[in-house]
Design a protein around this ligand. Structure first.
Ligand code: AMP
Ligand code: TRP
Length: 333
């Protein structure tokens, strides 16, 4: 059976190394497998669950698309599209919201984190965000969803919603139950300033993350200033459990090099952080800087970026509107 891959990234600016290693790099791996159809979405409807500046949002939609292409996605092999331009997503999200249970959504930890202390003031959109994500995935009969660790709970919810819909409408197997594809290692890249906090687009400190559009000097400088401890690098993984910064930096090096962490530990055991950071800088520049260069070229070519999305929107619309028609019949509309 062929695989169907779907994933999304929010156009909220500051795409970073965590987005790349946790998600986008795998999008490219899937695209290059045989018997695999890939659909990658710029999820702008998800972005507006928190306040966005309209002109910045537009620029960020193009920037995220540019990041996809610069990282190796090819619009001739994968469908690359903009969520808000394909009406089925909003439509199906409403329908699925009637299958999802309040109790399930109440357990979502990302809502709790993003809403903060004053939940009364959070948007309703932020609360039902995972239902829209389920709609994204289920519209395309997706079999696998490559995401970072932080999306695991949303994928479990997607499976629950799909099962409930199938059961309620006695439509066994109509909505396909997707598998999460979360890497075993390095699925959570941490902040360069605090190894216990996720690397995040919204961290106020630029020094906490390597952005995909950073210059060589910025990459080097951020790694140089990254938080470490005072010990030499360890000779086994057990020791890393209490050394979050060492664990994160060794993980980043391993992931960039496509190698297991044990190999990296062997390579640097007993060495100083300054020696290790030089090597880490080299590999980060080698892998990330070409993406940054390509992004800055692409960002100037609005016509091309917009045409990629227009083409992808039409393809996504063809698939998803057919699914929505079937869904309407099942429901009794
Ligand atoms: P977002 O920027 O929240 O739309 O995330 C896009 C993708 O990047 C999702 O699959 C996330 O799970 C993944 N991601 C975001 N931050 C990290 C991180 N620090 N480490 C690993 N994956 C991440
Ligand atoms: N919620 C995801 C994130 O914040 C983005 C997303 C939206 C997504 N729809 C999706 C990811 C569908 C995978 C599949 O990272």
């Amino acid at each position: 059976m062929s695989k169907k891959i779907f994933s999304g990234v929010q156009p909220t600016g500051n795409l970073h190394l965590g987005n790349y290693l946790g998600a986008i790099k795998n999008f490219v791996n899937f695209q290059n497998q045989t018997n695999t159809d890939c659909i990658y979405c710029v999820v702008d409807l998800h972005a507006i669950t928190v306040k966005q500046d309209p002109s910045k949002l537009k620029a960020n939609i193009r920037e995220t698309t540019a990041a996809f292409i610069a990282s190796g996605l090819d619009h001739k092999k994968s469908i690359i599209f903009q969520q808000s331009m394909v009406a089925s997503h909003s439509e199906f999200s409403w329908i699925l919201g009637c299958s999802a249970r309040m109790g399930w959504l109440n357990r979502m930890t990302q809502f709790k984190e993003k809403a903060g202390k004053d939940k009364e003031k959070a948007s309703v959109g932020l609360y039902v965000y995972p239902v829209l994500m389920a709609a994204d995935i289920l519209l395309y009969d997706t079999t696998h969803v490559p995401v970072g660790e932080d999306q695991k709970q949303h994928l479990e919810l997607t499976r629950d919603i799909a099962q409930k819909f199938n059961l309620d409408f006695n439509s066994n197997d109509f909505l396909k139950i997707p598998e999460p594809m979360i890497q075993k290692e390095f699925a959570r890249i941490m902040s360069l300033k605090d190894g216990t906090k996720k690397m995040s687009k919204s961290d106020p400190s630029e020094m906490s993350r390597i952005n995909l559009n950073d210059s060589k000097e910025e990459i080097e400088n951020k790694i140089k200033k990254a938080k470490t401890d005072t010990l030499a690098l360890p000779d086994n993984t057990n020791e890393l459990e209490n050394r979050p910064e060492a664990k994160n930096l060794l993980g980043i090096y391993s992931s960039l090099n496509n190698q297991e962490i044990n190999k990296t530990i062997k390579e640097f055991s007993g060495k100083s952080f300054s020696e290790f950071k030089k090597k880490l800088s080299e590999i980060a520049i080698e892998k990330i800087y070409p993406i940054s260069l390509e992004m800055s070229k692409l960002k100037k070519d609005f016509t091309f970026i917009d045409s990629v999305l227009t083409d992808g929107n039409a393809k996504a619309d063809t698939i998803s509107s057919k699914k929505v028609s079937e869904i309407k019949k099942i429901i009794g509309f």
